[in-house]
Design a protein around this ligand. Sequence first.
Ligand SMILES: [Cu+2]
Length: 69
Amino acid sequence: MKKTIKIEGMTCGHCAGRVKKELENVCGVTSAEVSASDKKAVVELAHEVDDAKLKAAVEEAGYTPVAVE
Ligand SMILES: [Cu+2]
């Protein structure tokens, strides 16, 4: 299962790296591919993870999650 998170505020690869690290710390997330230029993260999930938990991880990294699809 995959989810895509639209994110505002990332400007470079360093930002994307911070978001990736936080997302991959969430239980159920097996990997996260994050692009600052595309303003999104695609997460691969081992099981269902609440959108709220994914958003909280993005906020923890210092950026703004605008939608989870
Ligand atoms: Cu940056």
